[in-house]
Design a protein around this ligand. Structure first.
Ligand code: ADP
Ligand code: MG
Length: 388
C-alpha cells in the first residue's frame, strides 16, 4: 500500500491481543490522543485494562471481528499467532491492517520464515525441514549437533530439543509430537542481538540501535542498549533488518533476532511481526518508543526519531521473582525504585506463575557501566538473575 490518509488522534485503533505488548501499545496510543479497542479471549486482559474498550472473544469470532472492523479504521497485533485469516478478513472489511496477513503468516512458520530470509539475501543457520518420518532418516550429517524446533507456535524456547547426532533425530521428532519441524545447525554464539525496524505505509523505514540479548532457560532475561558489538556488526544487522521489512512490504514494527558469531558476522534467527520484549527499554531510553512507532505506522503518521537518549539495561521480571522459602511474596519494589534511573513496569497479570513474564524494569545510566551497575543492584533486590 502507498501513502494514505493519516488517521488523526481521536480515532479508535484496533489491537488484536490482550497481553503486555498490547498494554504498552495502548499507553503509547493514549498519549497521542487515540482510543484503543482490544480484542482478546483472556479472563484477565493486561491491555484491555488500560484501553477505551475491550471485546472478550476469540480471534476468529465473526461478530467480534465485524465489531472491530466497524469501530477501527486500522488494526494491529501484539502476538504472532493471531490467525492470519482474521487479519485478512479485517482487511477485506476495509481495515488497514498493520502488519498485513501475509507478513504475519511468514513469521508463523519457521520453515516459511527461513525460506523468506534466504530469498531476501539474509544469512541464516544451515537448516532442513523435518515434516515426516522419512525426513528424519535422511538428515545431512553436517547439520549436527543441531536443534529441532516445531515450525509453529514455539516461543521462549518451548517446542525445541537438542539433537546431537542423526541417530537421535527420529526420537526427538516424536518427542515434539511428530509435527512439522525445522532442524537447525547449532551455531557457536558470541552473543545474541535484535533489531527492531519500523516501516510506514509509504515505505519509510527506521531502525532502533541494536539491542544485546541474554536468555536464561530459553526466555529473554536481559537486554543491553546499545549492544556491545563492533560497529560493522551493528550496521550489517540494521541493513539486513531493513531489507527484510522492505521485502515483506511490511507496515508496522518488526523485530529480527540475530546470532552474532565468533567472527562478528550476523545470522538471522527469527522474526516477530510486532514490538519485541528486547525493545521495551525504548520507552525510556529512546526518543520514540517501539510502541509509539507502532501507533504512528498504523495511523499513517511520520515515523519518530529512534535515537538512543541513554544507555540502559532492561531486566525481565518473571513469576520466579515472587518465589521465596516462605512461599510467594512481592519483591521489594520500593527499594528498587529508590535507585536513580530505575523505571518499573508491571503488567497487571492476576496470577503469578514460574517463568511467566510479569513485568520488566529498565535501568538507565549516564554511561553503559552506570546502567549495568544499577541493574545489578536492582537484580539483587528483586531476586532476578544477575545481569552480565
Ligand atoms: P523462540 O521462539 O523460543 O525464541 P528461538 O529460535 O529464538 O526460539 O530460540 C531460542 C534460543 O535458543 C535462541 O535465542 C538461542 O539462544 C538458542 N538457539 C536457537 N537456535 C539456535 C541455533 N541454531 N544455534 C545456537 N543457538 C540457538
Ligand atoms: Mg527467539
Amino acid at each position: 500500500m502507498d501513502k494514505r490518509e493519516e488517521l488523526l488522534p481521536g480515532t479508535t485503533l484496533g489491537m488484536m491481543g490482550g497481553g503486555q505488548l498490547g498494554r504498552m501499545f495502548s499507553e503509547a496510543a493514549a498519549r497521542l490522543g487515540y482510543h484503543v479497542l482490544v480484542l482478546d479471549p483472556g479472563e484477565v486482559s493486561p491491555a484491555g485494562e488500560v484501553s477505551s474498550r475491550r471485546i472478550k472473544a476469540g480471534y476468529k469470532d465473526r461478530a467480534a471481528l465485524d465489531d472491530m472492523a466497524a469501530s477501527c479504521p486500522a488494526v494491529s497485533t501484539e502476538f504472532e499467532n493471531v490467525p492470519a485469516a482474521s487479519l485478512a478478513y479485517l482487511a477485506e472489511k476495509g481495515c488497514h491492517t498493520a502488519p498485513m496477513a501475509r507478513a504475519v503468516s511468514i513469521s508463523q512458520d519457521r520453515n516459511v520464515e527461513k525460506a523468506f530470509l534466504v530469498s531476501s539475501g539474509v544469512p541464516v543457520a544451515p537448516h532442513a525441514a523435518v515434516l515426516s518420518a522419512e525426513d528424519c532418516q535422511g538428515a545431512d550429517e553436517s547439520l549436527f549437533p543441531a536443534i529441532l524446533k516445531t515450525a509453529r507456535l514455539g516461543y521462549d524456547g518451548k517446542g525445541q530439543v537438542q539433537v546431537k547426532s542423526p541417530a537421535e533425530l527420529p526420537a526427538a521428532w516424536q518427542s515434539l509430537g511428530a509435527v512439522d519441524c525445522i532442524l537447525e545447525k547449532k551455531l557457536p554464539l558470541r552473543t545474541e542481538c535484535s533489531v527492531i525496524v519500523c516501516r510506514g505505509f509509504d515505505g519509510e523505514t527506521a531502525t532502533f540501535p541494536v539491542f544485546e540479548n541474554h536468555h536464561r532457560n530459553g526466555i529473554l532475561a536481559e537486554t543491553v542498549l546499545p549492544a556491545r558489538i563492533p560497529d560493522d556488526t551493528e550496521s550489517a544487522a540494521r541493513a539486513y533488518a531493513i531489507r527484510v521489512a522492505d521485502e515483506m512490504k511490511y507496515v508496522g514494527v518488526l523485530c529480527i533476532e540475530f546470532f552474532v558469531l565468533e567472527d562478528g558476522s550476523v545470522v538471522a534467527n527469527e522474526t516477530a511481526p510486532r514490538p519485541h520484549n528486547s525493545g521495551h527499554a525504548t520507552i525510556e531510553a529512546c526518543m520514540t518508543s517501539q510502541f509509539e512507532e507502532q501507533v504512528r505506522a498504523m495511523a499513517g503518521l511520520p515515523l519518530g526519531n529512534t535515537t538512543l537518549l541513554s544507555p540502559a539495561v532492561m531486566l525481565n521480571i518473571l513469576g520466579d521473582a515472587w518465589e521465596t522459602d516462605e512461599g510467594l511474596k512481592d519483591p521489594d519494589w520500593g527499594r528498587a525504585l529508590a535507585i536513580p534511573g530505575v523505571k518499573l513496569h508491571l503488567y497487571g497479570k492476576s496470577e503469578v506463575r514460574h517463568g511467566r513474564k510479569m513485568g520488566h524494569v529498565t535501568c538507565l545510566g549516564k554511561t553503559p557501566e552506570e546502567a549495568l551497575e544499577r541493574a545489578k543492584k536492582v537484580a539483587r533486590i528483586l531476586r532476578l538473575p544477575e545481569p552480565v
